[in-house]
Design a protein around this ligand. Structure first.
Ligand code: ATP
Length: 492
């Protein structure tokens, strides 16, 4: 657009110069020149907007659930900001940057904000993506302006330290020479390095850059060199205790029934980030309000888990025949899961939500961080239980199993990559595609066989449970296990 405007402007200048010789063409020429050669100047206002966004409410470390290790490491690093005289006396190189590494929504921004409150620093936040422009030099100029703005803000607020938070640093600090418009990217990153190297020489003002990324491997090594981001703090998904604490924090301002076991909810939310848990607490309140309740109950929290995982309930209802197939499919998953890992099913539902027509929620007996081959094979078997059940009861399979198969293939690849398959330890990159494909098929075929042996004697049981699910739409794991016991005299 700008190029078009510049072209039109230039043409207008030439025409005006040709027909009359007033000051107007010269003024126009100056405007075009500005537009063409100083686009960065026009962006200054956006930097102002960044500053505004940073003026959020202050946060303390107590308002961040879990993340004990990250908090501890960050607090240790912040001591350098809190004790500048001692640091100077001991001849310690001032800490300039801390890199927070972890998946989205785990509280990296919260940690940076808490760091600012804890150290009494002024706080400014930007995202890496805000620096990337097609024009070479614009990003670099913005980096310069940002550091200047950070200093000014701290002075205005009468602080002697400032924290500059750069989210998505991988966008601005990716490895040099990798991008197609690499001149712009490289200049922006170079400017950041220059600014960081210059920190500590601005008199009394202490600036600490806290950056966040979930792709540390994409960062230019120059950023991680000592003297720049030389502290790396891992911010992982919360563990069981962390999830419980985060839930408590986000339910604190909401009316909640007594006797709710947050431990149970935390157990059922393995893999949730802090942002997911915040959303869960919020959704549970919305569900309770929709029902006209004054307090949030356990059932609202449980239903909110489904909503956060799968999305909003869909009004559209499949036809009766399709519903029967979905019920048979989900029953297959549930029975295989209970057979291989008794007590593992938390809920079976055929309520369509988001993209799923039904699903079984599992409850890990504990948080797992590593898996054995047997555990991964069990997971594949559970995934294949749906299609196995359809084939057995209805005599055919359907497209409803596509995402199950995709997940099963992913797990099979994980087994191979971890050196747990019949191939032994292999390099995935050097493995011929044909061999990889055959090994994946081998792993999956073995589990298909296991599932069909497990389910073959249970046709009547599958139909019985599927009928109950069809009628109730949703059953809990306990309900399922009670029925399995009464129907067979023992679990599957
Ligand atoms: P991204 O990488 O996507 O920028 P992030 O790691 O910076 O995410 P935050 O922006 O800090 O995540 O968190 C988003 C929201 O999730 C917070 O506003 C808060 O409501 C909630 N949250 C995340 N982690 C926690 C936590 N540990 N304790 C309490 N709330 C949390």
């Amino acid at each position: 657009m700008r190029e078009l405007l510049a072209g039109v402007g230039l043409a207008a200048v030439v025409i005006l110069l040709y027909y009359q010789s007033s000051l107007l063409p010269l003024l126009l020429l100056a405007a075009v020149f500005l537009l063409l050669f100083n686009p960065a100047g026009l962006k200054t206002m956006r930097i102002g907007a960044i500053g505004k966004r940073a003026r959020g409410q202050s946060i303390s470390f107590n308002q961040i659930g879990g993340q004990e290790t990250a908090k501890k490491e960050l607090l240790e690093a912040l001591d350098f900001v809190m004790k500048p005289q001692e640091v100077k006396h001991m001849g310690i190189r001032p800490l300039k940057g801390v890199l927070l590494v972890g998946p989205p929504g785990t509280g990296k921004t919260l940690l940076a904000k808490a760091a600012a409150s804890y150290t009494g620093s002024s706080f400014l936040s930007v995202a890496g993506s805000e620096f990337i422009e097609v024009y070479a030099g614009v990003g670099a100029q913005r980096v310069r302006q940002l550091f200047e703005q950070c200093r000014q803000k701290a002075r205005r607020e009468g602080r002697n330290s400032a924290i500059l938070f750069i989210d998505e640093i991988d966008i601005l600090g990716g490895q040099r020479g990798r991008h197609s418009s690499h001149l712009e990217y490289d200049q922006t990153l170079n400017q950041l390095l220059v600014e960081m190297d210059g920190l500590g020489s601005s008199g009394d003002l202490n600036i600490l850059v806290i950056a966040a990324t979930n792709r540390p491997e994409a960062l230019d090594p120059a950023l991680l060199r000592p003297g720049r981001f030389d502290r790396v703090v891992q911010v992982d998904l919360p563990d069981l205790e962390g999830r419980k604490q985060i839930l408590e924090l986000h339910l604190r301002n909401k009316p909640v029934e007594e006797n709710i076991s947050l431990e149970k909810i935390a157990r059922e939310t393995f893999g949730f980030s802090g942002a997911h848990l915040e959303s869960l607490a919020n959704e549970s309140a919305i569900l309770a309000m929709r029902e006209g309740r004054r307090r949030i109950g356990e059932k609202h929290l449980l239903e909110a888990i489904d909503k956060v995982i799968m999305g909003e309930k869909l009004e559209r209802k499949p036809e009766k025949e399709e519903m029967w197939r979905i019920a048979v499919h989900e029953t297959g998953h549930a029975l295989v899961s209970e057979a291989l890992r008794p007590g593992s099913v938390s809920q079976v539902t055929i309520t369509p939500r988001g993209k799923a027509l039904g699903y079984v929620r599992h409850q890990p007996e504990r948080d797992y961080y590593i898996y054995t081959a047997a555990q991964l094979e069990e997971q594949i078997a559970v995934l294949l239980g749906g299609t196995g059940s359809e084939k057995l009861v209805l005599g055919s399979r359907s497209t409803g199993s596509q995402s199950d198969f995709q997940q099963a293939v992913r797990l099979a690849k994980k087994i191979i990559a971890a050196g747990l398959s019949s191939l032994g330890v292999v390099s995935m990159e050097d493995l011929p595609a044909g061999l990889l494909h055959r090994t994946i098929q081998e792993i999956i075929a073995a589990q298909e066989q296991r599932v069909s042996e497990l389910l073959a004697p249970q046709v009547e049981l599958i139909k019985h449970i599927a009928r109950i699910i069809l009628e109730k739409e949703k059953i809990s794991g306990e309900f399922l296990r009670r029925h399995l016991l009464s129907a067979t005299g023992s679990a599957v």
